[in-house]
Design a protein around this ligand. Structure first.
Ligand code: ZN
Ligand code: ZN
Length: 353
């Protein structure tokens, strides 16, 4: 069943006559249209892209099966179209409609009943086709290569910002469309900030340095994290690093179709908790990756999601000790029919630079 058929099935179950898609990554996934202004209207037998003159030609090329209707400021084309095709109940994406947009929708579509729905497209996006998984694997390959090229430059005296910039430059040079998200490069005591931004701080002997970064291929992201230590690894460095690595391996071990995502979180979390470091691991162990770097499924301790072949998730336990520093190790994994395939190739033993 194609994406449109799946969405139409959902529509018939509610039931509604139409579905308005207003999230950009969602309409890209459904239609192929990559423009960043527009709305998608799916009815029982029509599929329409509304966009302005900057994008109409592009939309026609990227989404040949769709009717493209040009929006103009003088009149409400969406309303005109909806009135013409006689729709009475319309589902819309309530997670992406601002309050002012909602007020406008209510006013212009006063003859229709609006029903807010959540996650319809995201649920489909969570399971990747072979083609989509291929783009993610390619982005990850670029990230691995960039990291191996960066390593010789990671040493005492180099600044977090310079290393982040070098990594970004290399990733783009290797063919990435851009960065998947602003890179995290944090060192020393700053490495206890799970999402710290790079600063002009220079690496010093005894620093943990965490790199969290990703490339982008055909719109699809990759996401990986490695932590290295500068100069010399103390017993404490090794204890924490080995613990995070053991937690990561334990979580990876349980990944296969049919497993609850929260079981994966639990398998890793247990290792950290049993060693007495539970309070230093505050976030979920992973997340889905695709057109967005964070998307369905969620891989945390309260997740209701079940792993399915085609899902791409990260496994990224961490321990963050304020005043000392932190370690995170993150791999990108494709769930396959018979288990999993780790898309990340970079070394995971502690690297001393
Ligand atoms: Zn990451
Ligand atoms: Zn991540």
């Amino acid at each position: 069943m194609g994406t449109l058929e799946k969405l139409r099935l959902k529509m018939s179950q509610v039931p509604v006559d139409a579905f308005l898609v207003s999230n950009m990554q969602n309409w890209r996934f459904v239609s192929g249209f990559t423009g960043d202004a527009g709305t998608l209207l799916i009815t029982r037998d029509e599929a329409i892209i509304f966009t302005d003159s900057r994008y109409t030609e592009q939309a026609e090329q990227e989404a040949p099966d769709y009717t493209v209707i040009k929006t103009v400021v003088e009149k409400n084309v969406l309303k005109e179209t909806i009135d013409k095709i006689r729709i009475s109940r319309i589902a819309f994406e309530k997670d992406y409609v601002t309050y002012s947009r909602w007020e406008k929708l209510k006013e212009t579509l006063s003859g229709q009943e609006l029903i807010g729905v959540s996650g319809w497209v995201e649920e489909l996006r969570a399971v990747k086709s072979e083609e989509e998984a291929g783009y993610i694997a390619r982005a990850q390959g670029i990230a691995d290569e960039a990291f191996s090229r960066l390593l010789p430059l990671v040493k005492a005296g180099a600044s977090e910002m310079d290393l982040a910039l070098e990594l970004e430059f290399t990733i783009r040079k290797l063919g990435s469309e851009g960065i998947a998200f602003p890179f995290i490069v944090v060192s020393g005591a700053r490495s206890s900030l799970p999402h710290g931004v790079p600063t002009s701080k220079k690496l010093e002997p005894g620093d943990f340095v965490t790199f969290d970064f990703g490339a982008r291929c055909n719109g699809y992201c990759s996401d990986m994290t490695r932590t290295v230590v500068v100069g010399h690894a103390s017993d404490k460095h090794r204890e924490i690093y080995d613990l995070v690595l053991r937690a990561q391996l334990a979580a990876l071990e349980v990944i296969k179709p049919g497993v609850m995502a929260r079981e994966v979180d639990l398998a890793g979390r247990r290792v950290i908790e049993e060693a007495g470091y539970g309070e230093y691991f505050g976030h979920g162990i992973g997340h889905g990756v695709g057109l967005n770097v964070h998307e369905k499924p969620s891989v945390g301790k309260t997740s209701e999601d079940v792993l399915k072949p085609g899902m791409v998730i990260t496994i990224e336990p961490g321990i963050y000790i304020p005043g000392f520093g932190g370690v995170r190790i993150e791999d990108l994994v494709l769930v396959t029919e018979d288990g999993k395939k780790n898309l990340t190739a970079s070394e995971k033993q502690l690297i001393v630079v």
